[in-house]
Design a protein around this ligand. Sequence first.
Ligand SMILES: Nc1ncnc2c1ncn2[C@@H]1O[C@H](COP(=O)(O)OP(=O)(O)OP(=O)(O)O)[C@@H](O)[C@H]1O
Ligand SMILES: [Mg+2]
Length: 270
Amino acid sequence: MTSRTSAETRPSKTGAPLIRMERVRKEFGRDIVAVSDMSLTIERGDFISFLGPSGCGKSTALRMIAGLLPITAGHIDIAPSQTDTEHDLGFVFQEPTLMPWATVFENVWLPLRLAGLSRTAASDRVRAALVEVGLSRFENAYPRELSGGMKMRVSIARGLVTRPRILLMDEPFAALDEMTRTKLNNDVIRLATEHDLTVIFVTHSVYEAVYLSNRIAVMAARPGRVVADLTVNAPWPRGEEYRVSPEFSAEAKRVSTILKGTLDDADIDH
Ligand SMILES: Nc1ncnc2c1ncn2[C@@H]1O[C@H](COP(=O)(O)OP(=O)(O)OP(=O)(O)O)[C@@H](O)[C@H]1O
Ligand SMILES: [Mg+2]
């Protein structure tokens, strides 16, 4: 792991550790070591990408942080919330995983419903989340009536409706066309800034990682582990001017070069 300097430009970052992973290991059965010795401290306000080839344990690491998978060894500590909200974590999966028989409203309501909130009690928050992702006119639509990008927006609204401090996103835009992906990248930056979120974002794309993040944890496979912890040198928040700037190209090139040096068998798209 390389050392990190604090060349941070995102204003909400405080430097306070929020998630601490220490020598985390995950085995599946006897033979598969999905994650080995993963140590990483994520600070409040970080936007960190897990970047690496298929099978290097990105999803496994994210699921362990979310508490969706038990860990085999090591530990993960998440600093207690000051506001003491129940739902500290929102999770957005690669597939939108919407209930096809339920409306957009009902899909976004789900986490609050599971927490015991009636439709009426939840409605302000559901509607606010739909406004955030630009879908307020579609609350009565069904998933089959929506484009891929709109379905993903519903999934993001569902991840945000509990007002989490931490948003975990597992390759959320991999299946979308480039224009939709670009638009959603900008929306995620806006949402992270407005809600002061700490985001962990899994991606295969160097460009996406550089555009979105202030940090990139580069992972390698066999066994899955973190091989570099990079600081992205760029202003925050970012917008379209940054995407077309020479600084962005230079930064993507720098990260690609580090990746090439780090991973002999990288299959990352860039
Ligand atoms: N439930 C499981 N049972 C057995 N092996 C698993 C299970 N889940 C993951 N693995 C294995 O653990 C390793 C890491 O998988 P993981 O899905 O975390 O990788 P990934 O980096 O997310 O890959 P991708 O980019 O393809 O999504 C792989 O070798 C995978 O086959
Ligand atoms: Mg994965």
